[in-house]
Design a protein. Structure first.
Ligand code: FES
Length: 112
């Protein structure tokens, strides 16, 4: 029986494409839309769809302390946990596993 299992990790970008302070939207082979975040050299991967009204989080801004802000109505989330930090969002963003290897950013399954 063939399986359509997702790859364990997918290479989504080179590290050079995501300098500190940057956000970048990518799409996994599963169709999941991901927002990569570099906060002070730590790279995180979150869902790229704001849970308020589905705006792309990668079009928003990274604030001090690893907080990302949606550009549409200003909802804020913690980029490490996906937790909501400011209304109007009420549901957290999903968080995905990240690995840095061979100067590349690899993203895996959802971890929270
Ligand atoms: S769509 Fe993101 S705050 Fe409204």
């Amino acid at each position: 029986m063939s399986s359509a299992a997702r790859p364990a990790l997918e290479r989504v970008a080179d590290v050079d494409e995501l300098p500190p302070g940057a956000l970048k939207g990518v799409t996994l082979s599963t169709g999941e839309r991901i927002c990569l975040v570099n906060t002070d050299g730590e790279i995180h991967a979150l869902g790229n769809v704001c849970t308020h009204q589905e705006f792309a989080m990668s079009d928003g801004a990274l604030l001090p302390g690893g907080i990302i802000e949606c550009a549409w109505h200003g909802a804020r989330y913690d980029c490490r946990t996906g937790a909501v930090k400011r209304f109007p969002a009420t549901d957290p963003l999903p968080v995905y596993r990240v690995r840095i290897e061979q100067d590349a950013i690899w993203v895996g399954e959802r971890i929270r």
